[in-house]
Design a binder for this molecule. Structure first.
Ligand code: HEC
Length: 324
């Protein structure tokens, strides 16, 4: 019953093999199955115990068979057994890659010059180094032809591609992590789904004071150009999330609405701008002018930042029409 690999290699290898197979076959989304389904932890524990049990059984069978051997057989068996497990294949590979000469055979390659007792061996270049060197030569030829002769793509193109990919990833991330918005990052949401969600939030929470058409009641008119606390998506977001001035009645909605919901209702409020409510409350506050309006911007702003003021300008334009 001689086995080649010792138990301390067999058990972990089998254990992690089963673990890997389990992770591969169980569909557990982003999280590893071992965290997603706690039952798998129990399963792996069971696997470990069974593996250990098998090892123990094998060891005891070996022991029993050993007892049945004759004295001579026992001796022979112990002899083979005492040979430790050796990494023969690793050692052979190492030898192939280094071609080093054992100390006993150094005499064959010693050079005949002698500097005050310091002598030199005529070792061959280690094959691992030589192969690496050949690989760099092949690489350089491919590289030279690909980028300097054919001109596949330039570093600049590569950079732009990567930036574009990153930008796409950011957009994707923003879509999935809408609740990360705050007053400084919020943008006008023009998506109809967002706006109708915002309308719903407005209907449930805000109409008592602002009226269904935003004309105003206890709260100010939200359809005109006049704002007490500042217009524009960012100010409106701040007002809704932090509330109005003390004692006026506009509470901080961040207690009950998620950031994404505040962004939706704020966008909906922006769309009310320029509409004509049934009973408009007289203007309160001042005409709000967007400080980031396109005429002030020096053109370095990103695309997304420019879309919001445009939307707003449209809103104020139509207000003009409505007020005339
Ligand atoms: C209890 C009544 C009340 C409710 C409910 C209410 N508001 Fe207000 N809202 C007010 C008052 C009062 C003000 C004026 C605050 C001030 O003067 O500081 C105001 C101000 C505002 C402003 C700023 C207007 C300006 O001119 O600067 C916005 C935007 C606004 N509310 C949006 C909302 C939204 C969106 C909701 C629903 C989530 C809501 N409000 C719910 C009473 C209310």
């Amino acid at each position: 019953m001689s086995t080649k690999t010792p138990w301390w290699i067999r058990v972990p290898v089998l254990f992690f093999l089963i673990f890997g197979l389990m992770e591969f076959f169980i569909d557990s989304g982003d999280k590893p199955a071992i965290l997603e389904y706690p039952i798998t932890q129990f399963f792996m524990l069971l696997v470990l115990m069974i593996l250990i049990a098998i090892e123990l059984i094998l060891a005891s069978i070996e022991n029993i068979m050993f007892q049945t051997l004759s004295e001579e057989g026992k001796e022979r068996y112990l002899e083979t057994k005492s040979k430790k497990y050796e990494w023969t294949w690793a050692k052979n590979l190492m030898k192939k890659l280094t071609k080093s000469r054992s100390i006993e055979r150094e005499g064959e390659i010693v050079l005949d010059h002698d500097y005050d007792g310091i002598r030199e061996l005529d070792n061959v270049l280690p094959p691992w180094w030589v192969y690496l060197f050949y690989a760099t030569i092949v690489f350089s030829v491919v590289y030279l032809v690909r980028f300097h002769v054919i001109g596949d793509y330039t570093q600049e193109q590569e950079y732009e591609q990567e930036v574009a990919a990153a930008q796409a990833a950011i957009e994707e991330y923003k879509r999935t992590a809408k609740d990360l918005v705050d007053a400084s990052t919020v943008e006008f949401l023009s998506d109809p789904a967002d706006l109708s969600a915002g309308e719903k939030i407005f209907t449930t929470n805000c109409v008592v004071c602002h009226m269904a058409d935003g004309g105003g009641g206890i709260g100010p008119n939200l359809t005109d150009q006049y704002w007490i606390l500042g217009g524009g998506i960012k100010n409106v977001f701040t007002t809704i999330s932090e509330g109005g001035r003390d004692g006026k009645g506009m509470v901080a909605w961040k207690q009950s609405l998620k950031p994404a919901e505040i962004a939706q209702v704020a966008s909906y409020v922006i769309t009310l701008g320029g509409t004509t409510p049934a009973n408009p409350k007289e203007p309160e506050g001042e005409i709000w002018v967007d400080p980031n309006a396109p005429k002030d911007s020096n053109g370095t702003e990103s695309e997304t930042e420019e879309t919001a003021p445009e939307q707003m300008e449209q809103a104020t334009d139509s207000t003009d029409v409505a007020m005339n």
